[in-house]
Design a binder for this molecule. Structure first.
Ligand code: UD1
Length: 427
């Protein structure tokens, strides 16, 4: 298995192209199940999770073609066509590798009247139940059964009537599943306390381009008037705000200056606000966001929250940055119960971090030194790369499959701005 070798100390400078958003792509791809016409997605990131999801789609009879684009380019366009759904079963073998597979439940049910999807199970960052996905679909008139590790959802013969659902907890995935089901319901559905993440706006924009009728896009109350049929569309995936935020932390920890080309500052409000408070200069430009860390970094307290709050997916990377900031920072994780697994690894690199339940206390600045590290999830892995860029000596990051799930050509992008980083085969 490959590993990354990072030799710290280089100041990052230059331009990093920002890819299409993984989490948006993972909810845009299943939209192809909602129509018999072709859906073309542009700017899809080239990632293991995206390949995995496309593979899952073939299970249902969805064809996909990749026009043009040479492999050395970032991003790709993919056309998905679900003329006929040949199966509405998502088997355990495919679902267990990728939690986001649960996002086929709503669209399969809405299009064919039934869906059988394996329960995804837990993951490293917590228990991650899907009860809200199921409750929202039940509110639309679906019958749900759980048996042998599978969810079996079915609609009445006349189709799902639609209905109202008030989310007791804000859930990105459950909102996405509900929206994808509601667009083909017979009546109107109202979702309250819906997630407002930019990826949900992206989803609603694609569905609208396919002929869906959605009111309140970008707010926590979505009113969806079901339509009989949706048609095909061509749609460009939004830029990845988490990838951009991660590279902002990478640049800042090295005292560097980078242009995050294609990043959308409008989607990154809380991350950019945090960076400014830490002492990083942030400038919004027409074609991206410019980050410069010329002065000292200052401690800052952070709490994760649903959008527009600080994304939980930025917590680990900002924690690495705060290790180099002057003073004590307190980070509170409110979304997932087990999301500090990077802390012991950062401690092995010399960080002074104490955790108490869902709170981490970071005392900085500290001298980071290179070490052999590995992480158990995607963003935690990125936080170790970021720390490695500022550490003295060599850091080896293992279990790269996590990074490959979410960062398109990570080492190439960091090399572009002067990082000393390489991927080597494990021995
Ligand atoms: C998505 C993102 C993930 C991000 C997370 C929070 C994708 C593919 N993944 O994950 O990167 O970290 O949003 O921004 O887009 N919950 C329930 N019941 C449910 C569903 C969720 O209790 O049925 C809870 C979860 O345990 C968690 C909270 O709600 O505590 C938020 O989770 P959710 O927003 O659903 O995360 P995902 O959609 O899985």
């Amino acid at each position: 298995m490959d590993k990354l070798i990072v030799r710290g100390g280089n100041r990052l400078s230059g331009t990093i192209p920002i890819s299409g958003a993984k989490n948006a792509a993972l909810t845009l791809i299943p939209c192809a199940l909602l129509t018999e016409e072709a859906v073309t997605l542009r700017n899809l990131p080239r990632l293991a999770d995206i390949d995995g999801f496309q593979h899952l789609m073939t299970q249902f009879g969805v064809s996909h073609t990749i026009p043009g684009k040479r492999p050395e380019e970032f991003g790709r366009n993919v056309t998905l066509e679900a003329m006929r759904i040949t199966s509405s079963v998502a088997p355990y073998d495919l679902v267990r590798k990728m939690r986001a597979s649960i996002l086929v439940l709503g669209p399969l049910l809405a299009r064919t009247g039934e869906a059988t999807v394996s329960l995804p199970g837990g993951c490293a960052i917590g228990n991650r139940p899907i009860d809200l996905h199921l409750k929202a679909l039940e509110a639309f008139g679906a019958q749900i059964e759980l048996a042998q590790g599978y969810v079996k959802a079915s609609a009445p013969d006349s189709g799902l009537p639609g209905g109202d659902f008030d989310f007791p907890v804000v859930s990105v995935g459950a909102t996405e599943n509900a929206v994808m089901a509601a667009v083909l319901c017979n009546g109107t559905s109202v979702l309250r306390n819906a997630a407002r993440e930019p990826e949900i706006v992206d989803l609603c924009n694609l569905l609208t381009a396919m002929g869906a009728e959605i009111e309140g896009v970008g707010t926590s109350e979505l009113t969806i008037h079901g339509v009989k049929k949706l048609h095909g569309a061509t749609y460009r995936v939004m830029p990845d705000r988490i990838e951009a935020g991660s590279y902002a932390c990478a640049a800042a920890i090295t005292g560097g200056e980078v242009m995050l080309q294609g990043a959308d500052a409008g989607d990154m409000g809380s991350t950019l606000h945090a960076l400014r408070n830490i002492g990083v200069e942030v400038e919004t430009e027409k074609d991206g966001v410019k980050i410069a860390a010329n002065g000292p970094l200052k401690a800052h307290n952070l709490t994760t929250a649903p959008f527009p709050g600080l994304a939980t997916d930025m917590q680990a990377q900002l924690m690495s940055l705060l290790c180099k900031a002057e003073g004590t920072s307190i980070l509170k994780e409110t979304i997932f119960e087990n999301r500090f697994m990077h802390v012991p690894e950062l401690a092995r690199m010399g960080a002074d971090i104490e955790t108490e339940g869902r709170t981490a206390i970071v005392r900085g600045p500290c001298e980071l030194t290179g070490a052999e590290v590995m992480a158990t999830d995607l963003r935690a892995s990125m936080s170790l790369v970021i720390a490695g860029l500022a550490a003295q000596g060599e850091t080896t990051v293992r279990r790269l499959y996590h990074l490959d799930r979410g960062y398109e050509r990570l080492e190439e992008k960091l090399q572009l701005v002067g990082a000393d980083i390489e991927r080597v085969g494990d021995d």
